[in-house]
Structure formats: structure tokens, C-alpha cells
Design a protein around this ligand. Structure first.
Ligand code: PMP
Length: 403
């Protein structure tokens, strides 16, 4: 009898299984390590404690006492799931409050919440844009933006990463062929840790009578003097960026995603986006967690300052050691370039042996020789944690001739 795996492209499954076997053979597989507790400044794996250098909980809110308290209270009052899709019976007062709160936080007219960030991008692109429209994306945009383009009936084109001249060229070349154009970029790029030049992108898009959207998954709660994201970082006027997307799964320690922007557009999404109509609502408990996190971000400025201080220390010191950190600056994601796949996996393994957990990222997620540790700095890393991380990374870097 033929196996179900016959359905998968033979070459691809063979290559994948061979790669996995190889990693297992050399005991280098650090994927899907089961973490036995919260993704905090330290984590427990296999009963051992490690300093975590790869958590998206940038502000360390994942196990904040107020977050845990509100989660318990909401669970007691609302039960576990939402019991329906948003359009019909899955909307609670908490969902309404969260959408209003996000709109206030992002200084927009309204917002809509979906049950994941990934789904949010897919929903937005496939619902708003159709035949005769063009989506222009940065080459390094998140996969959910690519997948949204594939699902949409609109055409899509790419421009070179953070390259304003190339964006201008693509717009110039294609503007006349389409009714509407939406330019979409990540605010903070998730593999390189650099920031989109948002004011210039808006200016170029406007020059070509086109709209702009930012996916600020890694910017919210991380960059800008108030931790509000990319518009805060550049001190842009409210409304400068047409569509603001973000996730509730990173600095905001919940799950879900949102679109913030014009009221009529949000109403349209509520009644027409399939992910809102045909998929279960965010559980009330996770909705309440997101609400509480927004309140903490707005009131506890020390946290954002602690994060930004740790980011500055980490980037400055690893650069001084001689590591290549690309153009990352001011963001909690700091790529430390190692080289090819195996070297990158080995580096991460050695870090783990020394008590530090950091994810190796390799091709195809990044270019072939651009294997890297994707280091994520958090607000709750102590000075001692930072010193330990830095001394280990330097020791391993020297022993492996990376620096
Ligand atoms: N956009 C970006 C830039 C991301 O990095 C991610 C997740 N890594 C997403 C969207 C998807 O968000 P979520 O994990 O909340 O589905």
C-alpha cells in the first residue's frame, strides 16, 4: 500500500528527513525543545534552568502578577473558550473593550481583533484587495504577508529590503496598471531586527497615490519612547500610516492580532473578512490578558526603559566583540551572524551547554551563509544575566573563530 507521504513532493520530504536525521545524529536539534514553564528571563528544559535569549515576551509580562491575576479572574467569570465566531456569538464585552483600547493606543478611529497575527495579515490582504489591485511588499516581510498575497486576488510585487529607491522604482513602473496599490512593510523585521524607514515609505507611497500598511508585530511594546511601536519611534502624526497591524503574542503576552485604522474599513472587515466570520473568537481570557498588558505598557514606563537599556548594552557589546549584527538597532531582535547551517547549530548548542538558550535560524528562513542566532533581549534580563550572556557568546565566538 502506498503511504500518505506519497502526497508530498518526494525530493522535499527526503531532504527534510535527511536534515533532521543529521541534526539528531550530532545531537544538534534545538527545534521544539519542550519548555517546562513560562517563557521568562529564564526557562526550564529537561529540569535544567537556562537564561532565555529567544523569547518574544520582550517586556517580561508573560508571568507578571497582574496578568496572571486577570487571567484567573476572567477564566472564573467567562469560562474557557468564546463559544462562537466573532460575527455571531463569539463577541464578548471584553472583545469590544480590547478593540476600543487598541484604537486608543494606536490613535486610530477603530480596530478589529483576530485570533492570530498570522491570520490577521491573511484576512486583511485577501479581504481588502482584489482584481485590479497591487500589493507591494518588502522582500523580507513576514511569511503571513506573503501568504496573504497568495490568497488575495490582487497582484503582488516585491522591492529590495528597506531600499527606498527600489520601492520608488516599483511604484513608478506599475502605478498606471492598477486601481489601488497598498505598500506593506514590517515595522521591525523579524529576522534582521532592523526598522523600516516608515516616514520615507509613507512619503513615497503618497507621491504615487498609494496606501501604506505596517506589520508592527515586534515594534509594539518594544520601540519608541512610549513603547507604542514604529510611529512612536519616528514621532509620526496619527493617521500617517493608513493601516496598522500588530500581534498580541509578543510584548503583549497573549495570542491574536489586530488591524487599527479607518472606521469604515474596520466595519467592512467585520462583515466581510472570512477569518472573522468563519473562525472562533479569541478566548475571553486571552482578550483580558491583552487588555491588561496594554494598560501596563501605558503606565509602567520603567519596563520599556529597562528593555531599551538592555538592547543598547547587548548590541554595543556584541558589536565591540567583532560580531556582525547586520543593521539591527534599537530593537529587541538582534541577529548574531554565524555562517553556514551546521556552524550555526553548533554555536547554539555550545551556548546551551553554557546555560543559555537561543534559537539558531538557518536557510531557507535566511540567506544560505547568513545562519544566525536570533537573540531576543527582554526587559527582565538582569545585569548578571547580561554579563553571563555576553561572556558566553564571546567565549563561544572565539572558540569557533567567528570573532
Ligand atoms: N508578523 C510578524 C512580523 C511576525 O513576526 C509574526 C510572528 N512571528 C506574525 C506576523 C504572526 O503573528 P502570530 O504569531 O501572532 O500569529
Amino acid at each position: 500500500m502506498t503511504e500518505i507521504t506519497e502526497i508530498i513532493d518526494n525530493k522535499r520530504i527526503k531532504a527534510l528527513l535527511a536534515r533532521e536525521k543529521n541534526l539528531e545524529r550530532f545531537n544538534l536539534n534545538t527545534y521544539m525543545l519542550p519548555i517546562e514553564g513560562p517563557s521568562g528571563r529564564t526557562v526550564t528544559v529537561g529540569g535544567e534552568e537556562y537564561i532565555m535569549l529567544g523569547s518574544y515576551s520582550y517586556l517580561g509580562l508573560i508571568n507578571h502578577p497582574e496578568i496572571i491575576k486577570v487571567a484567573h479572574e476572567t477564566l472564573d467569570k467567562y469560562g474557557s473558550g468564546a463559544g462562537g465566531v466573532r460575527l455571531l456569538t463569539g463577541t464578548t464585552d471584553l472583545h469590544k473593550r480590547l478593540e476600543n483600547r487598541i484604537a486608543e493606543f494606536k490613535q486610530t478611529e477603530d480596530s478589529i481583533v483576530y485570533s492570530s497575527g498570522y491570520v490577521t495579515n491573511m484576512a486583511l490582504i485577501s479581504t481588502l484587495l482584489g482584481k485590479n489591485d497591487l500589493v507591494i511588499i518588502d522582500k523580507y516581510d513576514h511569511q503571513s504577508i506573503y501568504d496573504g498575497c497568495i490568497l488575495s486576488k490582487a497582484d503582488w510585487k516585491r522591492f529590495n529590503h528597506n531600499d527606498l529607491t527600489d520601492l520608488d522604482r516599483v511604484l513608478e513602473e506599475h502605478r498606471k496598471n492598477y486601481e489601488r496599490i497598498l505598500v506593506i512593510v514590517d515595522g521591525v523585521f523579524s529576522m534582521d531586527g532592523d526598522i523600516a524607514p516608515m516616514p520615507e515609505i509613507v512619503e513615497i507611497a503618497k507621491k504615487h497615490d498609494s496606501f501604506t500598511m505596517v506589520d508592527d508585530a515586534h515594534g509594539v511594546g518594544a520601540i519608541g519612547p512610549n513603547g507604542k511601536g514604529v510611529e512612536d519611534y519616528y514621532d509620526m502624526k496619527p493617521g500617517s500610516i493608513d493601516i496598522m497591524m500588530g500581534t498580541l503574542s509578543k510584548a503583549i503576552p497573549s495570542v491574536g492580532g489586530y488591524i487599527a485604522g479607518n472606521k469604515k474599513m474596520i466595519t467592512y472587515l467585520r462583515y466581510t473578512s472570512n477569518a472573522f466570520i468563519f473562525s472562533a473568537a479569541l478566548p475571553p481570557v486571552m482578550t483580558a490578558v491583552a487588555l491588561k498588558a496594554l494598560e501596563i505598557i501605558e503606565t509602567d514606563k520603567d519596563r520599556i526603559q529597562a528593555l531599551q537599556k538592555n538592547i543598547a548594552t547587548f548590541i554595543t557589546r556584541v558589536k565591540e566583540m567583532g560580531f556582525d549584527t547586520l543593521k539591527s538597532k534599537d530593537t529587541p531582535i538582534v541577529p548574531v551572524i554565524i555562517g553556514n547551517d551546521i556552524k550555526t547549530f553548533r554555536f547554539a548548542k555550545k551556548m546551551k551547554k553554557e546555560g543559555i538558550l537561543v534559537p539558531p535560524i538557518v536557510y531557507p528562513a535566511v540567506p544560505k551563509e547568513g545562519g544566525r542566532l536570533r537573540c531576543c533581549v527582554v526587559a527582565t534580563h538582569t545585569e548578571d544575566d547580561m554579563e553571563k550572556i555576553l561572556s558566553v557568546i564571546e567565549k563561544v565566538g572565539k572558540s569557533m573563530n567567528v570573532i
